[in-house]
Write a protein that binds this ligand. Structure first.
Ligand code: FMN
Ligand code: ADP
Length: 308
């Protein structure tokens, strides 16, 4: 009985461990729709704001990654203090039963309900005769139980290569291109600027090699792409920081697309992919030093991306 397979979790980053849970759930029944129940905002940011983790992706990106990992549907629970006060029984009746699950798949350390009093045994008791419960052993990655924390640590250290190993793909930062100080063009390196929201993880301040992808179906000049054409993805030198040379205050991700000065990217939704770290941020005495360094960065970037 039952008409869905349900998995529950935060799934921040949708890393290989998370993807393994979805794959296992899919194996339990290849025919039934696979429904992912996830929480937004992150429960810790509601219950203990001072300990809130910097999130590896936005909700939109989480849903896309979950779909790519096999989810047929993603149910986003609005994690409010009121929701957090529900008992384990209320959680089962109000969240799970409406999904008519045949099997609910969770990690063996799953906790739920008010003050996290419910565990796998509680879920099995509440499920009795109605649905099955699968508690999966935590997927290990290089002997570590979970890697969301490791990924955050690697990003905070600027080690985007290590973050990519744990994520199973390069770390990506999404945003909408905003207006900056219009200085980039004068320096010879126009940059597409993305503000860094306070709740999102981002690599440490520094300069990186990577790629910029435009995601709105338009090309670099704002023209509609041909039907079925892939989104444009350009090699880029990326600066993360506050532009200390100019005494900037707001932290931004700025991407200079190599060898282009014709792009029109304002207000475009883009994804910045971090492939390799080049160096830390430097406060230069004048713009001549910065420009000279940017030329070196671009050469390093080409080498790191295998373009020279
Ligand atoms: C490859 C690259 C390296 C950069 N390195 C530094 C740096 O070391 N120090 C700094 O203050 N700004 C650095 N920047 C940021 C520039 O200061 C910034 O892009 C420029 O001021 C343009 O800002 P705007 O986009 O607001 O016009 C770098 C930018 C790029 C693209
Ligand atoms: N090679 C390029 N890389 C990134 N943006 C470019 C490039 N060429 C042109 N642009 C455009 O120029 C803008 C950045 O120019 P810039 O002088 O740095 O202005 P701002 O300070 O407003 O970011 C980008 O938002 C984009 O629309």
């Amino acid at each position: 009985m039952g008409s869905s397979i349900v998995v529950i979790g935060n799934f921040d980053g949708v890393h290989p461990g998370h993807r393994a849970v979805l794959a296992e759930a899919r194996r339990r029944d290849p025919e039934l729709p696979l429904v992912v129940v996830t929480f937004w905002p992150h429960p810790v940011s509601v219950l203990r704001p001072e300990a809130a983790p910097l999130l590896l992706t936005s909700l939109e990106a989480r849903i896309e990654h979950l779909s790519a990992a096999g989810a047929d549907r993603v149910e986003v629970i609005d994690f409010t203090p009121e929701f957090a006060s529900w008992t384990p029984a209320e959680f089962v009746e109000r969240v799970l039963m409406p999904l008519a699950p045949k099997v609910v798949v969770v990690g063996e350390n799953f906790r739920f309900g008010h003050r996290a009093v419910g565990n796998l045994d509680t879920l099995r008791e509440l499920a009795a005769g109605r649905f099955e419960v699968d508690g999966l052993p935590l997927v290990k990655f290089r002997d570590e139980d979970t890697c969301s924390t490791r990924i955050r640590e690697a990003l905070a250290a600027g080690d985007v290569e290590h973050a990519a190993e744990h994520l199973g793909r390069p770390f990506c930062f999404r945003g909408v291109v905003s207006h900056g100080d219009r200085r980039g063009r004068e320096l010879g390196f126009p940059t597409a600027n993305l503000p860094v929201p306070a709740n999102l993880a981002c690599p440490a301040d520094g300069v990186y090699a990577g790629f910029l992808t435009r995601r709105d179906g338009l090309d670099g000049r704002g023209e509609q792409l041909a039907e079925g054409a892939p989104s444009p993805r350009w090699p880029a030198a990326i600066s993360v920081g506050t532009n200390p040379t100019f005494g900037g205050l707001s932290r931004r991700v700025e991407s200079y697309v190599l060898d282009r000065d014709d792009l029109e990217l304002y207000d475009a939704p883009v994804t910045v992919e971090f492939v390799a770290r080049i160096r830390g941020q430097v406060k230069f005495d004048g713009i001549a030093g910065l420009i000279e360094q940017m030329h070196t960065d671009v050469a390093d970037c080409r080498r790191l991306l295998g373009l020279s």
